[in-house]
Write a protein that binds this ligand. Structure first.
Ligand code: FES
Ligand SMILES: [Fe+2]
Length: 363
């Protein structure tokens, strides 16, 4: 269902403190905490003494202390202290996971430890680049993570699921162009010239004058999605006047039927506007919960039917999601054939890819 030899996002960097933070990723329970030097520790959530979750305990002096008998382990997984005795056994050691902190995110490598190469971390620099500000959040979805990727590659659903926030008829009515880049990235582009602004856009621009809008959904397997949301009032120039938002949707599988939806919406305007930030958070959280309600219902239905393949009815809007599934399946297949295979970095952040003109995408 998912490749292992790649970086996954475990959390936003600001979610981690010197307290224990438990999160299941790829069916593996992990605990995280910040060590004394501010680094990040990631250990299997399992005490090797009597197999109690270490998350029952607490972080003490940069180490984890099990909640049952107080045995302590360091960030390297080695036992450091057993109450009532002078020596600590060198084995067994708790499993550790490679972690990295980049773009204000905590990354974890769940595959073969010696393959964890930080150069393979996708470039999502908008989250910490000058000229951009981000609104961030985390949601828990009780559905197969692949359904969320499908949803993000077919934004025609905005018209129906999100009619009170980001959608109106113009979205589903406008055709989309799908491209596959370097066999790693799917890009779906839709232009919506001279339309009424949906509520979210009226809020962002501070008035309800008509807009030229476009949206570009970019996906890289296993679960990295970026949507470019571009718009400007029809009486301004696209290049000079346009306001841009880049929602980053990072989908990390928790179990076979649940996922972490770690999101950040970067914008290139009104960078220090806290009121806008708070408003955006409320609207975005509401919007993604609209997706969640629908996708959880879909997952329940699919499970009841033994997880059949979808779509079962052919529609043009499926070009993006179907291409995305193919790239994901290829990545999983390559890893199954060669357990040392790691997918190469992709041009997710390449501005030429993001801003490729619609006419060029259509060629
Ligand atoms: S079970 Fe963890 S210290 Fe005994
Ligand atoms: Fe949606």
């Amino acid at each position: 269902m998912y490749p292992k030899n790649c970086w996954y996002v475990a959390a936003h960097a600001n979610e981690l403190t010197d307290k224990l933070f438990a999160r299941t990723i790829l069916n593996q329970a992990v605990i995280f905490w910040r060590t004394k030097d501010g680094g990040v520790a990631a250990l299997e959530d399992r005490c090797p003494h009597r197999l109690v979750p270490l998350s029952t305990g607490t972080a003490v002096d940069g180490e984890v202390q099990c909640g049952y008998h107080g045995i302590r382990f360091g960030a390297d997984g080695f036992c450091t202290h057993v109450p009532g005795q002078d020596t600590a056994p060198r084995s067994p050691r708790v499993r550790t996971f490679p972690v990295a902190e980049r773009h204000n995110l905590i990354w974890i490598w769940m595959g073969a430890e010696d393959l964890a190469d930080e150069d393979l971390i996708p470039d999502i620099h908008w989250l910490d680049a000058p000229g951009w500000a981000s609104t961030t959040g985390h949601l828990h979805f009780k559905c197969d993570y692949r359904l969320i990727n499908d949803n993000l590659l077919d934004l025609s659903h905005e018209t129906f699921i999100h009619k009170h926030t980001i959608g109106n008829d113009s979205v589903a009515d406008s055709p989309a162009i799908t491209n596959i880049i370097d066999r790693r990235v799917v890009r779906v582009h839709r232009e919506m010239p001279n339309i009424e602004p949906p509520p979210f856009f009226a809020l962002s621009q501070g008035h309800d004058r008509r807009i030229n809008r476009w949206q570009i959904a970019i996906y890289m397997a296993p679960g990295f999605n970026m949507t470019e949301v571009g718009f400007h009032p029809v009486d301004t120039d696209r290049v000079e006047g346009h306001l841009m938002m880049r929602p980053i949707h990072i989908i990390t599988p928790e179990t076979d039927h649940s996922a972490h939806y770690i999101w950040a919406v970067a914008r290139n305007f009104r960078l220090d506007d806290d009121a806008l930030d708070a408003n955006l958070w409320t609207q975005i959280d509401h919007t993604f919960k609209e997706d969640r309600a629908l996708l959880e219902a879909q997952d329940r239905r699919l499970q009841a039917e033994g997880m059949p393949k979808v779509p079962q009815l052919a529609a043009k809007i499926d070009a993006g999601p179907v291409a995305g599934r193919r790239l994901l399946e290829a990545m999983i297949r390559q890893e199954a054939e060669d357990p040392r295979y790691c997918a190469p970095p992709a041009p997710l952040a390449d501005d030429d890819v993001v801003t490729m003109p619609f006419a060029m995408a259509a060629e």
